[in-house]
Structure formats: C-alpha cells, structure tokens
Design a protein around this ligand. Structure first.
Ligand SMILES: C[S@@+](CC[C@H](N)C(=O)[O-])C[C@H]1O[C@@H](n2cnc3c(N)ncnc32)[C@H](O)[C@@H]1O
Length: 416
C-alpha cells in the first residue's frame, strides 16, 4: 500500500475505504468533489478506493453520494494479521446487549479463509458467553438493506468487519454507511410520471451531477451548504426531485408542457412522501425553450441539467445518423450556453451531453466544445479525474448495452 510522505496527515486523518458503483472513475471524481479534506490514497482493483478525510462519514452523507455503495472506516489501532480479527470484532461489539449480529466483507481474501474467520469469530464470541448471528456468506457480503435493518451500521446490534488485502498489507475497518437501495428503487419506479421515451435518468446519476454542481458553486466544502439549482431541460424531473430531497430550492423548465407538468406532479409526490413543505424548500416549474432568455424569480447558484440526448438506440448508431444528431446537438448546446452567458452571467453549469457509439467509433460534440472559451466558459474538473478516459477534461457515463452515453461537462463562466 502507498505510504504518505507527510506522516503528519497520515496519522491525523481517519482512513476510509469506499466500495464504488459500476462507473468507478465517476465515483472517485464525485468523492473528491463532495468529501471535505478528501485525500485519495489507492484504488484496489477497480472497485475499492482507499482515502482519508477528517470528516465523520455516516449513512446520511453516503445517501447523497450516487456513486458509492458502502463506506468503511479503518479500525484503530492497526490490526496487522487476520488472526487478530476475532479479537477485533469482540472489541467492536462488546457494548451490544443481547444476541450479536456480525458480517465480514472481504477483498482479496480467499472465501475459504473468510469461512474459517467467520467460525473463529463465532467461537470467540461464544467464549465471551455471547450468542451470535452471521449475515452474508463467505463469497457475498450482506446486502446493504440487511446491514441497515439488522443495526450493523449504527452499531446497535453488531457490526460488519471489512478486510482488504493488498500485496503484504492488511486494512481492517468497519462498515459505517451503506446505500439505501430500496429508497432509490422507490423514487425511480414509484413516482407518478415516468416517460421512457425521453430516457430515464437514474437518481444516482442525478445525485452525482448535483454534487458536481455543488462543487462548482461552492468549492470542495462537502454537502453542508444549501443551493438554488436550475434545471432548464427538466423532463419529468429526476434532478429537481433529488434537489428537494437535499432541501435545495429548485427552478425547472422544459420545452414540452407535458414534461413540465410531469415534473410538477413528481415534485408534489416527493414532497408528500418526505414531508417537504413549500415554505421550507421552494420549487417552480414552467414551460420554456432553454434557448430563449431566462427571466427567473431568483438567480440560481448553479445550473444542473441533462439536456436532450436524442433517441434511445437499441444497436450501434449508423455513422450518418450519429453525425445528424451531433449537428443538432451542437446547435442546441451552443444556443443554450450563449443564452446562459447573456441572461445568467456567472452561473456555473453541470451538464450532460450525448455521446454516440457507432461501429466506426464514438461521435461526440466537438464544435461547441471548441467554442466554449468564445462563449464565455472555462472547463472545470475535480482533481481525481482520470483524463485518459475521454481524452478531454470530462467524464463518460455509459451502462453496458447503451449506444448513447452521457458526457459530463462542468463549466465555470469567465465573467462573474
Ligand atoms: C433527456 S431529457 C431530460 C430528462 C430528465 N433529466 C428527466 O429526469 O426526465 C431532455 C429534455 O429536454 C427537453 N428539451 C429539448 N429541447 C429543449 C429546449 N430547447 N428547451 C428546453 N427543453 C428542451 C425535452 O423535452 C426533454 O424533456
């Protein structure tokens, strides 16, 4: 494992490990934008990130991060061999009353070794006169819902121990936060208006884009500050819904009246579901062409939006179709950004542009990218972004089997 030359930091900051979602490069960029004092240490394989931060990360913080599945905090003092795990577990759970529940989440530790450890942990707890229950298997850790429901995250009924082996080093921690999968599914599938024709933005990706928006508007200060967000291509409102859940005010418009009405209905629904009162957090939705001057009742702190991606494609786009869609996209984005610079000067933009995957390679917006400076924008990007993925300072989001991807573009305006 890498050792930090600045020992002062290494000892002062708690060490965390993040289990990343299915687009790890975006997850890492999101963490670097959203976690205060984030210091990246090492990526294990492609799915686990070791980092340091002074903040006390719990489930409430994780619930605002779309790209991270679970977070564990290192157990201090260092545990150096797997043989110490039963004793470490006992120290973590001895304050629990009644039957103890525990789990093990391992990376790079053979299942047979995990199985052996589980038996030894159970034995150690028995030696202390305590009955226990194990959640998960030697191959698959317990689902995050189970961790929540069985009181392992807050420590009320036990804990999940995380074991990471890398070369000769061992990192042992306990899970402190895990994504609430059911809550995502509920707001994705349960909302009253869903329009599959305009593509469905996953709530987790909306959260990621909002975290980048927050970073653009406020700098790397974590998720403390409240915002007013504007989504000018709101569709049925996934981004506005996520804003309300964070108690951020939201302005939203769409060229289509049907979409704007759908967004309004979805916002009413999320307000009822989560008791979010208009007097505490306001929202306004209307029909408008994003190329026409914006006359807003309040200047937003940031624009966060997923603009038109064009038709959903079942197979790789023909090059000619991709070129046609690209020409339309270039024009729309340029007119939109020109309008933003003219009528919302200084407001940063976190947007997603389409990328088409054809049998002859990828097609993406280029003309508007080259004109960003002339239009009054400069590109911003969190420190931890791997620039080799798109070849320019942007991030690419693409699920397997998708032929239209999303390129995340983060912009500051040159003039305030
Ligand atoms: C990809 S969808 C956005 C989906 C949205 N994120 C959601 O949660 O449903 C793009 C939206 O942009 C809208 N749109 C297209 N051209 C527009 C324009 N010139 N001004 C404003 N909205 C426009 C479309 O009606 C569509 O609803």
């Amino acid at each position: 494992m890498e050792h930090d030359s600045e020992e002062r930091y290494a000892t002062a900051m708690p060490s965390y490990c993040a289990f990343l979602g299915h687009q790890p490069h975006i997850s890492i960029a999101e963490l670097s934008a959203a976690i205060p004092d984030f210091r990246m240490k090492k990526v294990l394989g492609s799915s686990v990130l070791l980092f340091e931060s002074k903040s006390d990360i719990k489930t409430a913080e994780l619930n605002t991060l779309g790209g991270t599945v679970a977070i564990a905090r290192k157990i201090e003092p260092d545990v150096t061999t797997l043989d110490d795990v039963p004793d470490t577990l006992w120290k973590e759970v001895k304050g629990v009353t009644g039957k103890i529940t525990f789990g093990l989440r391992a990376y790079n530790v053979p299942p047979a070794r995990v199985h052996d450890l589980y038996r030894r942990c159970k034995g150690a707890l028995k030696d202390h006169g305590r009955a226990s229950r194990y959640v998960g298997t030697e191959r698959t850790p317990a689902a995050s819902v189970l961790l929540q429901d069985t009181g392992l995250l807050d420590g009320s009924h036990g804990c999940e121990i995380v074991l990471l082996r890398d070369d000769d080093t061992l990192w042992i921690g306990r899970t402190v936060a895990a994504q609430d999968v059911n809550a995502y599914a509920k707001r994705d599938m349960g909302k009253p208006v869903r329009d599959t024709r305009i593509g469905l933005l996953p709530p987790k990706l909306a959260q990621i884009l909002l975290n980048f928006g927050h970073w653009l508007a406020r700098g790397t200060v974590g998720n403390a500050a409240s915002l007013t967000v504007f989504d000018p291509f709101c569709g049925t409102g996934v981004i506005p819904m996520e804003c309300l859940l964070r108690r951020w005010n939201v302005l939203a418009c769409d060229l289509s009246l049907k979409a704007a009405n759908g967004c309004e209905k979805n916002l009413d629904w999320i307000r009822k579901e989560h008791d979010i009162l208009k007097k505490d957090v306001w929202s306004e939705v209307w029909k408008q062409d994003a190329r026409k001057p914006f006359e807003l009742k309040k200047k937003p702190d940031v624009i966060v939006t997923e603009s038109t991606l064009g038709p959903t494609l079942e197979k790789p786009a023909a090059l000619r179709l991709a070129q046609t869609l690209k020409a339309e996209g270039e024009e729309l984005q340029e007119e939109f950004l020109r309008n933003v610079a003219a009528t919302l000067p200084g407001v940063p933009v976190a947007a997603m542009w389409p990328v088409w995957f054809t049998s002859k390679g990828t097609v993406r917006l280029e003309k508007v990218w080259d004109r960003l400076h002339t239009l009054g924008f400069r590109v911003a990007i969190p420190a931890a972004v791997d620039l080799e993925i798109t070849g320019r300072p942007t991030l690419l989001y693409r699920r397997p089997g998708q032929y239209v991807g999303r390129e995340i573009i983060l912009l500051q305006q040159s003039k305030k």
